[in-house]
Design a protein around this ligand. Structure first.
Ligand code: PMP
Length: 384
């Protein structure tokens, strides 16, 4: 029998049995009433999750990168310029996408492990006009969370759209489109929603939709939101066959999120991050990400002296937990642990207990149970 493993990479994340069950249902017609109702429900729920009362949600087969491309192509015309606020890998990807479509792009790149400061954004905005400003909420390579709400507040003074890449945050860290003034949230299924990979997910504010309506055409066919808009308004219509099972699973995920409640879900993500980091610190690990930018969804952890990357990750996997290696300049020096989606407190406790077994196998000296205890104290305070 295959041993069950806890997937704590920065996405895909563990899939809740209710979501797995939705995936495994017999495939129904994409225009059947049962699917049409579920698609409608998923779209309504999605808007609630990102606090968008007006505006349009889109759920399309693809992944986060397609959502990035769709966001850009449908809001920025040739001849206009965008500003990317990058704290690592995925801001650079946004710049590459802009270049692929010959869109002018300025970028502010923060040091890895930090994020662009609002003052730097303000400074840039005073020098040039941008059709859109794009930022990554949490960079999955560096574990840095950007001050998104501060950016949005600053951007209210300017005539520009604010596009937020929420792939590693939406549904786990607060994002309020209406209240904060975010014009596009783009995301994917496989992180905080806890659904297997396979969806590009976007919500556009009324202002962003108005911009698209004013654009005569966009350099896209499948990625043109105007082809999808009629389907999102009435899913019994056809443009391109939707991934029926994946969307039903996504709908189940949105229900799970709303049943938990947004405030409670954000509190749980924060609490789990705190518990995991307390345990790791107690066991001698430190963090790559600057203290003031630590994200609630992922930790990028430096190994203590004497722990070798490959041996650590292979042994941890044998003990039931899969984590990811580092990217770029810190490859080999860190591991990345995702802690987002539908994780339970007992899964977090298992991950720490298994971490202690791994360190023991590798001959690393530490006080037994100290990590487990550190996590337990915080986890218990959360359930009170
Ligand atoms: N943005 C961020 C912040 C991400 O973490 C990722 C994926 N790790 C992407 C975009 C791209 O998503 P995908 O791999 O689903 O194309």
């Amino acid at each position: 029998m295959q041993k069950e493993q806890l997937l704590l990479i920065p996405g895909p994340t563990p899939v809740h049995p209710r979501i797995l069950n939705a995936l495994s249902l017999p495939t129904v017609s994409h225009v059947s009433p049962v699917f049409v109702d579920e698609m409608k429900e998923a779209l309504v729920n999605l808007k609630e999750i990102v606090d968008c009362r007006d505006g349009e949600p889109f759920i399309v087969a693809g992944a986060g990168t397609l959502a990035m491309e769709m966001a850009l192509l449908n809001t920025v015309s040739k001849g206009e310029k965008i500003l990317v606020l990058s704290q690592g890998y995925f801001g650079q990807r946004m710049k590459d996408i802009a270049h692929s479509f010959d869109l002018a792009c300025d970028i502010i790149q923060s040091p890895w492990g930090k994020a662009v400061l609002t003052e730097e954004l303000a400074d840039k905005l005073s020098q040039d006009h941008y059709a859109a400003v794009v930022s990554t909420h949490v960079d999955t390579a560096t574990g840095a969370c950007a001050p998104v709400r501060e950016y949005a507040t600053k951007l209210k003074d300017f005539d520009t759209l604010y596009i937020l890449d929420g792939v590693c945050a939406t549904g786990g860290i607060e994002e309020r489109m209406d209240d904060w003034g975010v014009d596009v949230v783009l995301t994917a299924a496989q992180k905080c929603f806890g659904v297997p990979p396979g969806l590009a997910v976007l919500v556009l504010s009324r202002k962003a939709m108005d911009k698209r309506l004013k654009m005569e055409s966009v350099p896209a066919y499948y990625a043109d939101l105007m082809r999808w808009l009629p389907i999102m308004k009435d899913p019994s219509k056809y443009f391109s066959t939707p991934c029926v099972n994946e969307i039903r699973a996504f709908n189940e995920a949105t229900k799970l999120i709303l049943e938990e409640g947004m405030e409670e879900r954000f509190r749980r993500h924060k609490g789990f991050a705190k518990a995991i980091r307390a345990a790791l610190r107690r066991l001698g690990f430190s963090f790559f990400t600057d203290e003031s930018f630590l994200a609630d969804t992922i930790s990028v952890c430096y190994y203590p002296e004497g722990i070798e990357d490959m041996a650590f990750r292979a042994t941890y996997a044998k003990n039931g937990v899969i984590v990811a290696g580092g990217l770029g300049e810190v490859a080999g020096k860190v591991f990345r642990m995702g802690h987002m989606g539908n994780l339970s407190s007992s899964q977090v406790q298992f991950a720490i207990a298994s971490l202690e077994s791994t360190l023991f196998t590798l001959g690393y000296g530490f006080e037994p149970h100290s990590g487990v205890e550190a996590a337990r104290e915080i986890l218990e305070s959360l359930s009170n």
